[in-house]
Design a protein around this ligand. Sequence first.
Ligand code: SF4
Length: 333
Amino acid sequence: MDNDFKLLSNSYWDVLTKQSIDNLGITPEDGINILKAKDDDTFSIINAAYRVRTHFHGKKVRIHILQNAKSGECPEDCNFCAQSSKNSTSIETYPLLNVELLVEEAKKAKASGAWKYCMVTATRSPSNRDLDIICQATKRIKKEVNIKVCTSLGLLTFDKAKRLAEAGVDRFNHNLETSNQYFEKIVHTHTWDERWQTLTYVKEAGMEICSGGIIGMGESLDDILDLCFSLKSIGVASIPINFLNPRPNTPLEKQPTVDAFFGLRVLSLFRLVHPDKDIRAAGGREITFRTLQPLVLYIANSIFTNGYLTTDGQTSEMDIRMIKELGFYPEVN
Ligand code: SF4
């Protein structure tokens, strides 16, 4: 996606790099310059992001593996999601896996080189029974497997967040997805403010916040900036940036996939605004970046491997090979 935005000088990107490394932040105007930059400028932007990435994260890559612990039949109506009961998709559905299976999958994730294992359920909010199972599984994983634990279970009350924190969950994922104003065009069964409230409970309960969004749902550049700076203001540890993989029979099925160069600029924006945080190239990496995938690692210090909740992705063998051939290495616990 080339455009007519003026080519900016290398010294401009040098200034942004230094501001980011010094944790002085960059402005929304700088953010717009990044998003609107010409494709020819993208390599200068990646270089800026790479200098920040290596300053804070060296050449380490944090590999995350998702476990779809309860699939489908979610009562919420997120337009992008194949797991919503409102969308007639043909995915495999099943109730919450048992503790034994969740622990076994954590062991497999560790053997595949993962730094973090994330148990995800398709739900508005976890029931007490589901929370019991996730807490029991977490306690066992913390004892038996040397891996960080993340959970993504929908909206939380403070008490539910506290139970997860006490069980040993390191991070809780709950994506803001997009800006507050665009969210109501994408989801109608709950609000952006409810998601924000959950993130405040996660923080108060003592877990780290993992929250990001999806690019390519028809949002504006300002919506992407709003998401980026909202995450800054709440204080996230980890930001998964997903690129829409339009699912058949969802309201977003006809959305075009994100342009690869634009996707690289989006990742760079998040890197420069959140220099020391985990930036994860998440769902849609393979279909968005295709042969340009290795460039992602010059910006992001984290990826998912072995696929996503309802879609396949690159295998851990291929991802680890890509990481090593680039001169990076998987971080171990
Ligand atoms: S709440 Fe989660 S699982 Fe449910 S429809 Fe939305 S994105 Fe999908």
